[in-house]
Design a protein around this ligand. Structure first.
Ligand code: APR
Length: 310
């Protein structure tokens, strides 16, 4: 009999607990939920477990402060770390989160040597680099979550602008998951129609700008933390693509080694996600202007990577 997938979610805060819930409800497998705070993963884990009979779910979940229960995971999702407060950029979290991400990677990766790792903690591209360095895993198995969320925000704002379902929008976002991200209208369509045919330049520019500030807009409303429903949905979609070997094309942060003429930096590009993790990186042509903006975004990630000391 084929055994169920095991997914470890590290960090049982807003994003982690919501990812755990989505994974159970999407019936992707059993979850080990880990956090440094005593009682929190246990309490949330038990609460989620008690939702299973109501939802008709057979997946199991255990909350813990240690890593034994994570051994043999197929997938590790890292959400541990500080979240933004109003006025902070993702980069302001760098030094605190480098320490946390390297610590949790060191504790979890050796126990699950065949796992793939999805990194959610911000600044995400830089944290994916840290997880890759510390785990020693091949680059195909360490993947940052950012583009799926940025594209979802882009799709949402286009749908609001046009009064149509976001489901009909295919959006394309390139570059780091930071202030320099690059929503690309030229590759964004509604039911196959380029948005450049449906929206004027001013509306496109304002939707692009709102997408770039999508995270900050929510932080300024919440005040005590940052977005978690859409980030958790994005991480769960990536988990599903990997665990079910869907070979979906999703924008993810991956280590580029020559693709897009970039080497040694994690950044968001379209990839095929399947059982082997990143199975292929898709390359598209960029205009000179897009290219310049992409390079600026990569440079910002590179600076962050250098600041980690790894
Ligand atoms: N080991 C395990 N868990 C840790 C550690 C550690 N060393 N350090 C912190 N944590 C846990 C905290 O105890 C907390 O429960 O990480 C959790 C973070 O949860 P929240 O503060 O609710 O933050 P959240 O909104 O979930 O965001 C987490 O994801 O989207 C990013 O920018 C966001 O970096 C942030 C991360």
């Amino acid at each position: 009999m084929q055994k169920r997938n095991k997914i470890s979610v590290i960090g049982a805060g807003n994003v982690g607990a919501t990812v755990a819930q989505r994974i159970l409800e999407m019936r992707l497998g059993d979850v080990a939920l880990v956090d440094v705070v005593e009682g929190v993963p246990q309490g949330k884990g038990l609460d989620l477990l008690q939702s299973a009979p109501v939802m008709g779910i057979s997946g199991d979940i255990i909350g813990t402060n240690t890593y034994e229960e994570t051994a043999g995971s197929d997938l590790i999702i890292i959400t541990a770390g500080m979240a933004r407060k109003p006025g902070m950029s993702r980069d302001d979290l760098l030094s605190a989160n480098v320490k946390i991400v390297s610590e949790v990677t060191k504790a979890s990766a050796p126990l699950s040597p065949d796992a793939k790792i999805i990194v959610v903690t911000n600044p995400m591209d830089v944290m994916a680099y840290v997880a890759w360095k510390v785990s020693g895993f091949s680059k195909e198995r360490v993947i940052g979550m950012g583009g799926v969320l940025d594209a979802a925000r882009f799709r949402t704002f286009i749908s609001i602008e046009l009064g149509i379902s976001a489901d009909s929008v295919q959006a394309f976002v390139l570059g780091g998951h930071g202030d320099q991200m690059l929503p690309l209208p030229r590759y964004t369509t509604v039911a196959g129609i380029p948005i450049t045919e449906l929206m004027d330049k001013d509306s496109i520019d304002s939707v692009v700008e709102r997408t770039r500030n999508g995270g900050a807009e929510i932080v300024s409303m919440l005040k005590t933390g940052s977005a978690f429903y859409a980030p958790a949905a994005a991480a769960a979609a990536m988990a599903q693509a990997i665990l079910l070997d869907q070979k979906r094309i999703l924008p993810c942060s991956v280590l580029l080694e020559g693709e897009y003429k970039v080497s040694g930096a994690f950044t968001g590009v379209p990839v095929i996600l399947g059982m082997d993790g990143v199975e292929e990186i898709l390359q598209v042509t960029l205009t000179a202007e897009e290219r310049a903006a992409f390079e600026k975004s990569v440079e910002a990630v590179r600076k962050g990577q250098e600041a980690t000391g790894f």
